[in-house]
Design a protein around this ligand. Structure first.
Ligand code: HEM
Length: 152
């Protein structure tokens, strides 16, 4: 809803594209829509299939919940505190001085912009922890599967 709906329409009108195409507002939409819609849908489908293959194996839902929240909070943090402010400031610069300035090193290499770009590391790290925990969860299911391969 946010990634495709809100941020997609935010950059889609012709007047927005005239000023904003290829600024950091594009990865705001790209990350939130692509992962928010298809990434999470893919994980959901994988979990649905894993449950259907072996409904008898007990799940460690704590680690799954942790992974869910950490992936979502990580994505939200990355978009809200890094990509979006950079994108909106670039939009302001593009409207006021021109597109060339919004993408110039004079504008993008200021200490504020550097700090905002580095802020992304927080969200990305939270996201990465969630992804690693999810992989761990699936591996632990596989171990349980091979320990008890027969199921009626
Ligand atoms: C699930 C739905 C969607 C997904 C997965 C998605 C994904 C993406 C991705 C990954 C990009 C970046 C492409 C690149 O950098 O080369 C992009 C660009 C774009 N998307 Fe979407 N999108 C979705 C829905 C929408 C919707 C609903 C709108 C508008 C109403 C929209 C408008 C745009 C526009 C205008 C761009 C180009 C922005 C630019 O060039 O700066 N998208 N989309």
């Amino acid at each position: 809803m946010l990634g495709a709906g809100l941020f997609g329409f935010m950059i889609n009108p012709p007047i927005a594209l005239y000023y904003m195409q290829g600024l950091n507002t594009t990865p705001v939409h790209g990350h939130a829509a692509l992962f928010g819609v298809y990434g999470l849908l893919g994980i959901g489908l994988m979990l649905f299939s894993l449950r259907a293959i072996r409904p008898d194996i007990e799940w460690n839902e704590k680690s799954l919940k942790f992974s869910f929240w950490s992936i979502n909070i990580g994505l939200f943090t990355m978009v809200t505190f890094s990509l979006l402010p950079v994108g909106l400031m670039q939009t302001w610069a593009s409207v006021k001085y021109g597109y060339w300035y919004a993408r110039s090193s004079e504008f993008l290499q200021t200490p504020l912009m550097d700090a905002l770009r580095w802020t992304r590391a927080f969200g990305d790290s939270i996201f990465a922890v969630g992804a690693i925990v999810l992989v761990g969860f699936v591996l632990s299911l596989s171990i349980k599967f091979f320990r008890n391969p027969t199921h009626k």
